[in-house]
Design a protein around this ligand. Structure first.
Ligand SMILES: NC(=O)c1ccc[n+]([C@@H]2O[C@H](COP(=O)([O-])OP(=O)(O)OC[C@H]3O[C@@H](n4cnc5c(N)ncnc54)[C@H](OP(=O)(O)O)[C@@H]3O)[C@@H](O)[C@H]2O)c1
Length: 334
């Protein structure tokens, strides 16, 4: 893509992920953090002590009215992505919205429609799509290193430390393992094998009624399957095997983030080759941020890499998984 131009970022919601993202903007040439907004001015101020910005705001409404902000990173809980992204788009602000993009595909569709009607840039912050190791895996598959694809196994499990962040299990905040972490195995499988023909899913319900654990099988027409699992009850190896008739790629713990290594097991040989991956300082969010800047500098309204149709497909699959396992949020009833 073309030259990276100076981009003025605003951050909406000063929670945990917003800190990592703000930290990674330091690794993005041409990125300037100009505004941080919290529902509570004191929280915005303490955020700005770590990540200084010229506008430190006690409401999201003030953020979207600023003239000197090019793009807003929406980092609220997924229950609020719809409301906050719509607020930004209504004020013609480009948006990078955290995953899960919304609670369901109805909300996601309205967000996408609004961005397209208004001609404003919108992208889901599916950061794994932009990581060097994920791009390398796609190149290996495209080069035929696995041969005919046969399936994927992927897990994501962690036991949250006390105090457990309320949003993880609160249905009103879109709690549950699927939308929070299961989305990564689902993304991996769908981005490599495509949209599944059939989905089998079962949840292990928490006391709050959301999925503490989620087991999923994606079935494809030719007998291929993806077997996916997410857990907020147990620490698991968060790894993935992607395999075909001619070989297997193993993505080590944690497969969705830059710490993952790529191990390649060709054919029937059990010895493995470590595939080198470009590594750089930072949490890994700088890659998606750079991509957003490149899109904006080119005047694009959607990412050519992780476009809104891909986001909608992912949300629709998440809806299908929830339907299969019987997880309904209040907002689904509207
Ligand atoms: N890409 C990744 O690797 C990654 C990692 C973790 C999380 N995430 C995603 O990022 C989003 C935020 O996760 P997080 O871990 O940063 O959550 P968090 O620490 O709870 O922060 C969320 C922030 O949202 C704001 N907020 C607005 N309305 C809220 C409400 N009604 N209840 C609670 N908070 C509200 C709050 O900020 P103010 O009080 O400042 O307004 C809060 O600090 C989620 O959608 C999650 O899936 C992505």
């Amino acid at each position: 893509m073309g030259n990276v131009q100076k981009t003025r970022w605003g951050i909406l919601a000063c929670g945990r992920i917003a800190r990592k993202f703000a930290d990674d903007l330091k690794h993005v040439a041409g990125a300037e953090l100009v505004a941080v907004a919290s529902r509570d001015l004191e929280r915005a101020k303490s955020f700005a002590e770590l990540f200084p910005a010229r506008h430190v705001l006690g409401s999201y409404e003030e953020l979207v009215q600023l003239d000197d902000v090019d793009v807003i990173y929406v980092a609220s809980p997924h229950s609020h992505h719809f409301e906050h992204t719509m607020l930004c788009l209504d004020h013609d602000k480009a948006v990078l919205c955290e995953k899960a993009f919304a609670i369901n595909s109805v909300q996601a569709g309205m967000m996408v429609d609004k961005a397209r009607e208004k001609g404003v840039f919108l992208m889901e912050a599916l950061w794994s799509r932009f990581l060097p190791h994920y791009i390398k895996v796609r190149e290996m598959i495209d080069a035929g290193m696995l041969g005919e694809m046969k399936g994927i196994l992927a897990n994501f499990g962690f036991k949250p430390a006390d105090p457990v962040p309320p949003r993880l299990f609160d249905p009103a905040l879109g709690g549950g393992s699927l939308l929070d972490i299961g989305i990564y195995p689902v993304f991996l499988a769908q981005s490599i094998l495509g949209v599944p023909e059939n989905i089998i899913a079962q949840m292990d319900k928490s006391s709050t009624g959301v999925d503490e654990q989620c087991s999923i099988i994606f079935q494809y027409p030719n007998g291929i399957t993806a077997t996916l699992f997410s857990s907020l009850a147990t620490n698991l190896e968060t790894d993935a095997d992607i395999f075909g008739r001619n070989g297997r790629i193993r993505l080590t713990n944690r497969f969705y983030e830059p710490s993952a290594s790529i191990q390649y097991y060709p054919g029937i040989v059990s010895t493995r080759t470590e595939i080198p991956v470009e590594r750089e300082a930072g949490w890994g969010y700088q890659h998606e941020a750079r991509h957003v800047q490149e899109c904006l500098s080119l005047g694009l309204k959607e990412s050519p890499v992780w476009g809104l149709d891909k986001t909608l497909e992912l949300m629709q699959t998440l809806d299908r998984i929830r339907a299969a396992m019987g997880l309904v949020y209040e907002v689904d009833k509207n």
